[in-house]
Design a binder for this molecule. Sequence first.
Ligand code: GTP
Ligand code: SPV
Ligand code: MN
Length: 590
Amino acid sequence: MALTKNRAVLAWIDKQIELTQPEQVVWIDGTEEQLEALRVQACSTGELHKLNQEKLPGCYLHRSDPHDVARVEGRTFICCKKKENAGPTNNWMDPDEMYAKLHALYRGSMQGKTMYVIPYSMGVVGSPFAKYGFELTDSIYVVLNMAIMTRVGQSVLDALGDSDDFIKGLHAKADLNPEERYIVQFPEDNTIMSINSGYGGNVLQGKKCFALRIASYLGEQEGWMAEHMLILGVQNPQGEVRYISGAFPSACGKTNLAMLIPPEGYQKDGWKAWCVGDDIAWIRVGEDGRLWAMNPECGFFGVAPGTNADSNPNALASTQQGTIFTNVALNLEDNTVWWEKMDHNPPKNALDWLGNPWNADTASTHAAHPNSRFTAPAKNCPCISPEFENPHGVPLSAIIFGGRRARTAPLVYQSRDWQHGVFVGSIMASETTAAATGAVGVVRRDPMAMLPFCGYHMGDYWHHWLNMGDKIEHKPKIFNVNWFRTDEEGHFMWPGFGDNLRVLEWILKRAFDEVDAKETEIGYLPYPEDINVKDLDISDQVLESLLSVDQALWKQEAANIREFYQGFNGKVPKELWEELTKLEQNLEQA
Ligand code: GTP
Ligand code: SPV
Ligand code: MN
């Protein structure tokens, strides 16, 4: 039975029922009883596998279709009326044409199935900054994941009341045909439609589809920002907590940085780190003239491989209860999960992510898929910030951009000012990862880590960043970091993970004018002695190399940026062209 009298909601849902023809419709009220009944049902059909409830209470394993294991950027569309408003970095189709195509695919696709109606909120329900949406889906896996990642159920309907301000989302697994897979955003209609996938960012619509693609468009209209950013609080020995947000491309370290554990020496001195968010930030100018960031999600959809007691103990702890694992290996010894680098004790009797027998002694393939994930409730995280549920979010002192670059980008540098900072974000580049289908390890430009997530023209998005700068009285300082520099032999030169706090310390000192820096062609770099390397096994030579600017590489970089900018049909803001020219001149004069 419908859980609301909202006419706009009911009228829209009726149309989707008529289109997809489900056998029955079930409204998700958000109660534990209902969710538990769905888990039981999913286990009975094999959609979920119940794990060892003593070791992993409330935890389940799901295997997606082997051809449906990552976001599909080539099949993701922004359908606005004018093609030029989607810009050169998005796939576009005329909305009418796309609706016609999709309606043909959705027609009758839920026959004999149940349609679940998920009312969900991005942000704390009732917060002035929360936004509400519905996802209609034929997948219990989607329902259970959305119930971890977002706030779902009756409270959302009550908060929405009879308003027609909601996001309309329809998802059908259909027959999972990759050739007919579509992830489509209609920003002008507040509408999301995804079909023929059952995986991650393709179908958990609150995440990338709504909280980034649609929300970035709304942000431009309404004067705020939706960004692919983690949010972290760093508490110094004086007890002050200073907040940082950071944009890194998919599988480039947001979850890890967000849950950072300070190195031992720092802990002894009283440093602490608090996680506010690990993937998405909604950012506004506060009445106090500072920039405030909130995390619209309430769970983590994190990369499993590489997560372990050394690299990210907080993430590991977050997955010990109430978690859904997707495409990891099943350890048959004790009915628990395993993935690459989880520990030094890989199972000999396991099923790999495909469900095939796997033995560490003889295997020549991965046990877990490289993009296997955990969906864990944020409240499980030992370092979750006391401000996590603050509807206003937290005030930002610094914004960092970063990517995976074997060369070129130094460990850290600071932009000269907001405009230069926007330039630094716009020229971000990173090696591609398994988070999206396609080649891995290829360097591509990924401005602000938003290349796959910006719901409108990237040039207009850069204008929006510049305009926001004019509205912020107390601007956060903007930095770029790179944890992924490698030496001649391909080894990482910087230890990374918890030791990244050493770089954050410098960043926050710069944000509060507490330390000097060296002016270079690309911006301000630390003097090597200002990066605390106490207890680290790193030579002066390596540190110096991490903090150097390679002229030849940067000249190539500048030429490549010029070419990149030329692909934006004249929509790159003149301020960014000026910054590029300045960079080229600086490199010429050096
Ligand atoms: P999405 O969820 O796809 O947006 O990814 P993310 O940005 O949250 O990336 P995540 O923190 O899950 O890290 C992805 C991979 O990068 C993992 O394999 C990590 O082990 C690795 N990684 C993260 N931080 C560091 C670091 O500081 N140094 C090194 N060398 N690797 C890191
Ligand atoms: C990413 O790819 O940036 C993710 C995972 O956070 S997904 O939800 O699949 O987009
Ligand atoms: Mn992400």
